[in-house]
Design a protein around this ligand. Sequence first.
Ligand code: SF4
Ligand code: SF4
Ligand SMILES: [Zn+2]
Length: 263
Amino acid sequence: MCMLKKEYLKGKTLKSFDYNGVKVVYHDGVTFNCLPEWECYECCKTPADLNSGEYKILLNLGYSDFAYEIAPGIYKLRKENDACIFLKNNRCEIHEHKPVSCKAQPFVPIYFDFHSLKLVVAIEPQAYNWCYGLQAGEMDEEVLKQASKACKKLFYDRVKYYENFKNPHNAFLIAALSIPEKVGLISESPMKSLCFSCGFPLKMTETYDIYNAYPIKREYVEYKTALICEMCMEKLDEVDENRIVALKDSLFSNPRIVEYFKI
Ligand code: SF4
Ligand code: SF4
Ligand SMILES: [Zn+2]
């Protein structure tokens, strides 16, 4: 079995699959599967994170000293022989109970799209360097559904994690944008993470450039002390400094956000 290279994606169109409030974006002609009989455990070389619920389940199953706390409520699995402690003879010993971050592989939540009110999920671009499960072919709907479910859970975990340090609105924003650089911006000024004109959160990362044909990357320009999105660039004279505060408030009272993400 040979691994699919990133070059294979050149010229391929992007497809998306909507399920349960999640939009999975992937290239046409790419399929994914992960079968135990392949004995590929490349992603297990970097031990996964788990939440406190997953940690307790493993404790109750009789496992001990298998993880350490890296932040309140978030644990990292220990390493043994340069791989996850649960990797035994190229098999996952806790396959039935493996953490959601393992189940999601190689899909990751990219950001929450406030325009469509959906969590956008894509294949981690680096995965084309190590995941044998990415192949040429047609994507199976069940795989996409599983990826949606797992990434939504991961997203909830991120929100809960940031709630240890931030108020719920800012915790949600940080998780929704999912970019470390944004964390700095948000702690400096939550307003700088939103488009100064329309109030939608901004996204600025180069990592996902393979998805350039799709609006995963929302461009921005600096506008005085704030940032403004590409959609509003042409209407700069309409900017009203008071609007952003009202827009942020309305964002967090939107029933669809409250319902789906319980904030
Ligand atoms: S828990 Fe299982 S699937 Fe997850 S990293 Fe460890 S061995 Fe791999
Ligand atoms: S690298 Fe890909 S195929 Fe291999 S175990 Fe991880 S997800 Fe499965
Ligand atoms: Zn805007």
